[in-house]
Structure formats: structure tokens, C-alpha cells
Design a binder for this molecule. Sequence first.
Ligand code: SF4
Length: 182
Amino acid sequence: MLVDNGRSNMLRTELEEILYCIRCGACLNVCPVYQEIGGHAYGSVYPGPVGAVYTPGAFGMGPWADLPQASSLCGACKDACPVRIDIPRMLLALRARAEEGGHTPRWVGDGLHVFRLLATRPRLFRWASAVARRVSRWFGPNGFDRLPGPLAGWTRHRHFPAMAAETFTARRRRQAETRGQS
Ligand code: SF4
């Protein structure tokens, strides 16, 4: 019997490439998510971008379905990897697996549906973000110590900041006007 700790589960799958990993740690050190949340948050001996692929690939999606979501897909891990392992490609494959396997909570899908409706209608998006900004600041400029419902997990260990008083677009416009006057 060969004890391989789940590695053979990834053979001949879209995750096979992760088996080339030499455990150098380069992808960890450049990952902006890893730098913020640290290694323990990955819950496995393989942390960081490589762990976000390796752990669900070797041990199954089960409790690890969230790990592939812990990425901005910036591609820094792929650029830093001496073996040129395409981690972002496999993270996307795992996200698809999580979706197809019903591992994505219903409220996430519904929330993204609402976001898409707003994001594809600029006037509605501007109105909704103005309302959200105002509501978020009603509760104080420092944000929230506790969020309700399915969002409560976010504030269990951290603070949720209030939205900025000024939008990014408004700030850019103001700065451009200031530059134009000087
Ligand atoms: S940079 Fe590449 S080889 Fe190094 S730990 Fe990450 S995936 Fe493995």
C-alpha cells in the first residue's frame, strides 16, 4: 500500500500540475492574501496559494471549499514560482468544482446575482452605492463590530470598516480639478 496523503487524487486531473511543487515558499511570500491572513488561516500543512490548490485537491472539497476563494487572482504566485506552476488557473478550476458540487452557499450566489444587476446599470449602481454609504455611516464612522446573519462570520474575528465618505470616482475627479487649477 502506498501512503501518498491524497496526492494521487490529483493525477490526471486539472490539478496535476501542483504535484511539481518543490515547497520553496516563494508563492506564499508574494501573496497579498497570505500576507494579511497568515498561514494558520489555511488550516493545513500547505498554506498560501499552493495550499489553496493542494489541500482541496488532495483531501476533497468538503471543509476546504473556501480555500480557492482566498485569492485575488492577481497572478503574483505564478510569477514568483520557480517551477512556473499556474496556480491561478487551478484556483479557477477549483472554484468551478465548488460551484458544481453545491459547496457555494446559496446567499453568495444570490448576492452575486444582485451585484451583477447593479454593476451592469451604472445609474442604479451609483444610487445604490450612495444609499449604502449613507446607511453604513449611520452606524458611525468607524464601521461595525458585528454584522448580522451570514455575514456574522466576518466580524467574529475582525472589524468591518464603514464605507468611505467619498467614492473613488468622485475623489479622482476632485483631484483632477485641483491639478487643473494649479
Ligand atoms: S512558488 Fe511554486 S514551487 Fe514554490 S511553494 Fe509555491 S507553488 Fe510550490
